[in-house]
Design a protein around this ligand. Structure first.
Ligand code: NOJ
Length: 749
């Protein structure tokens, strides 16, 4: 503790001792209030100001010294962190430490698979471990606050940020988001202190950002209140209940109100309904963006709108810095409004122990063996086997009796691209690519490498000719296709989610060689590639797997590991089906037997092909449903058992079934519990209510049992009450969202 702090602490203790406590006040709150009482308005506004610290602002030293800065982003490394922290702690009047934030999204130096791939593991314990390991690396470099997890439920794979979340399902996203928060913060209770090996999480983007119209980033949204509350908000609440220290506003508007100015979201729901005390930070400039939104007439008005909606910290928007003082001085904004914001900020700083330990003290701890091992395991568990044809009486994968493999494709040896989006601190030179990993002597493979295309958008066909030639002497072709990292993530939306460049052409040509082709897709989103999947003999959908993507894929290809990833998002057949997600509502005319475009006789009378809900080109089904994924074994599901078929709201039902591993490999299966309410306010055709990733030894059977709390059947009704209805229900325990045999139960009241 610095001398300035010792003095301050003594002063605070004295103040605290003089005031006679009547009610039990949380000691942190008391400390916060004491400190607040010493602060000038300018110092308070300084705390609400977060500035970029690497390339945007000049004279940060001066501004920090003047008490005008409460937080920085993008400052990493002990030397730089301590430089700024030293100014804040030793050279400002009150010595309040800075909060240093960073976009650490799926790993710090060791990069784990993108969050969408983490969703594909369906293994929250593993994801918690990855977050904890990430915190260890990040804190070793001075980072104490990360802008993650993103829990935006994404139903539109055109949206580039689909890569950053856990997929299309509210429940899966809630479970994964919660696990990530607990891993980062090292505890799962609301105000638990966050120690020096952990970081404060920032759950984002509040709210509805992923519903951007047409999947175009920053776009407006159209979200009815019920949908907002049923689909988009629960993961935020789950993360906050797990103790997330902060929450970030989103860029979008809902019904004309941008999030940074949205009192309904930020005050009514976040503070009043949920009682959350997490610190609310804007997104980068989302406060000043109110002008471009056409919401505020100018930046001053924007500042007013933001403080009125209790946006507590302004990330590089500068509207508080520029206008808040005038507005408080002229009485337009009250000191109480400012104090509410500053309290949250100070509380988070205290929770992080920054007043006691402001400086980065540890030495960098990057790429440790246990971190790399964990990254490899997460990448392995996130790999989804979509197809595995039997050739010569055996499934193509895992490779067996194969010596000579031809490795090709733009993602086979792309150290940077396999890391995916948002890797500020990840270093491509540490990535191990599939090509490198397959070359390892342990694989027993003779590897020939001919990339064919050198990057995903490459359209130079001459390389493909060389691949085709090389294929003549190969037993199997391993084609690593997909997207470069820059094609997904923030502001990286695509209108056409097929394989870019000449990759589809390359798949076609490889198929024509007659050699078995394994297609491995490394991308930031689900792609609409039915033809390529049709032409391949086996398909691994790997997304962007991070630093250890190569070894993980080699493990899966050679059979050292059994794939256990399951789709966290629906794979469409074609872009025109989007949005297509498993938990859609039923229509009044569900698809029966679609008659497709090519099957309609020329001149057919208007009503001769029936009237149901589907697309003429593709029917109503996706290419692969949510939850889908194969294994190197097969599992059979016994009948679903339920302990009570009649229950009241509040009862807990036990729903179970036997799952048998019918093959000769020990493997993990993801048992998924789905529910459908038969009558109510147009309920989804299925909703995920639980899942368990279980290890089942070869030839054995395990009983998987879920406890379904019937209160979790409640949903938001048109009258905006949240309640469960008496109704008949169906429930499944199934390997994906489209299969299984349901049993019925009834909720009587
Ligand atoms: C904008 C992004 O939307 C957000 O997710 C990120 O954390 C901030 N910029 C900070 O870089």
């Amino acid at each position: 503790m610095t001398s300035r702090h010792t003095y301050l602490l003594a002063l605070l203790l004295l103040l605290a001792a003089c005031s006679k406590p009547t009610v039990q006040i949380d000691p942190v709150d008391r400390r916060v209030d004491s400190l607040l009482s010493l602060m000038t308005l300018e110092e308070k506004i300084g705390q609400m100001n977060q500035l970029e610290g690497a390339w945007v602002n000049d004279d940060l030293d001066g501004q920090i010294r003047a008490g005008q800065v409460g937080a920085l982003l993008n400052v990493v490394g002990a030397e730089k962190v301590n430089h700024y922290q030293h100014i804040a702690v030793e050279q400002t009047r009150l010595g309040i430490p800075l909060l240093l934030g960073r976009d650490v999204i799926h790993g710090y130096k060791t990069i784990y698979p993108i969050p969408l791939a983490q969703g594909a593991t369906w293994n929250p314990d593993l994801i918690r471990e990855a977050a904890e390991m990430t915190a260890r690396e990040a804190t070793s470099d001075g980072v104490r606050w990360v802008f993650s997890p993103m829990v935006d439920v994404a139903r539109d794979p055109r949206w580039g940020r689909v890569a950053e979340g856990y997929g299309e399902d509210t429940y899966l996203t809630s479970v994964m988001g919660r696990a990530t928060v607990i891993g980062y913060q090292g505890a799962d209770s609301l105000d638990a202190p966050i120690d020096g090996q952990h970081v404060a999480a920032c759950v984002k983007h509040f709210a509805g950002y992923s519903a951007s119209e047409g999947g175009r980033d920053y776009n407006t949204t159209n979200i009815p209140e019920q949908q907002l509350r049923d689909i988009y908000l629960p993961p935020f609440q789950a993360a906050l209940r797990a103790g997330a220290g902060s929450i970030m506003c989103s860029f979008n508007d809902i019904s004309g109100i941008p999030s940074s100015a949205n009192r309904h979201l930020n005050i009514d729901i976040l503070r009043n309904e949920w009682g959350s005390r997490a610190m609310l930070v804007s997104d980068w400039g989302s406060g000043s963006d109110l002008v471009a939104h056409g919401y505020a007439a100018n930046r001053r008005e924007a500042a007013y709108d933001c403080i009125s909606a209790r946006m507590e910290m302004d990330m590089q928007g500068l509207v508080y810095q520029d206008y808040l003082k005038q507005m408080v001085d002229s009485g337009i904004v009250t000191m109480e409004q400012v104090d509410d914001c500053v309290r949250s900020i100070l509380r988070l700083k205290m929770r992080l122990g920054l007043f006691e330990h402001p400086y980065a003290e540890s030495t960098p701890d990057f790429y440790a063996d246990d971190a790399l091992l964990l990254a490899r395991r997460v990448a392995t568990e996130s790999t989804i086997l979509l197809k595995n044809d039997t050739l010569d009486g055996q499934p193509l994968l895992p490779l067996h009796g194969v010596k000579r493999v031809l490795v090709c494709g733009p993602l086979a040896d792309a150290q940077k691209e396999q890391l995916g989006t948002w890797i500020f601190d990840g270093e491509p030179e540490h990535s191990i690519t599939p090509l490198q990993a397959l070359h390892e002597p342990g694989t027993g493979l003779e590897v020939t490498y001919e990339p064919g295309l050198t990057y995903s958008r490459d359209t130079d066909l001459s390389g493909i000719d060389r691949v085709v030639k090389a294929a003549a002497s190969a037993d199997v072709i391993l084609y690593f296709a997909g997207e470069e990292a820059i094609l997904s993530g923030e502001a990286r939306c695509r209108a056409d989610i097929t394989l870019p460049g000449a990759q589809a052409e390359m798949m076609h040509r490889l198929h024509l060689t007659g050699k078995p082709v394994v297609l491995v897709v490394m991308a930031g989103r689900p792609l609409a590639i039915p033809d390529e999947i049709g032409q391949a003999d086996a398909v691994l959908y790997a997304l962007h797997g991070g630093t250890m993507a190569g070894p993980a894929l080699a493990d899966v290809l050679t059979g050292l590991a059994v794939p256990s990833g399951r789709l966290p998002i629906t794979m469409p057949r074609m872009v025109g089906q989007i949005p297509i997600y498993y938990n859609h509502k039923s229509t009044g005319r569900p698809a029966t037997t679609p008659i497709l475009l090519d099957d309609i006789p020329i001149g057919a009378p208007q009503f001769s092909i029936g009237q149901s809900s589907y697309w003429l080109e593709t029917g109503d089904k996706p290419l692969f449903p949510f939850g889908y994924g194969l294994s190197y074994t097969t599992f059979s599901y016994g009948p679903v058992q339920i302990d009570e078929t009649e229950a009241k709201t509040g009862d807990v039902l036990r729903i179970s079934c036997d799952i048998t591993n019918d093959g000769s490999r020990d493997a993990q299966e993801v048992a998924q519990l789905y529910v459908r309410q038969q009558a109510g306010e147009c309920r989804p055709v299925r909703e995920l209510k639980g899942f368990k990733k279980v290890s089942i030894p070869a030839g054995q059977t395990v009983n998987v049992c879920f406890e379904l709390d019937t209160r979790n059947l409640a949903y938001w009704h048109a009258d905006l009450t949240n309640r469960a209805d008496p109704s008949a229900f169906q429930t499944w325990i199934a390997p994906d969202s489209r299969s299984g045999q349901p049993v019925e139960f009834t909720i009587t009241e």
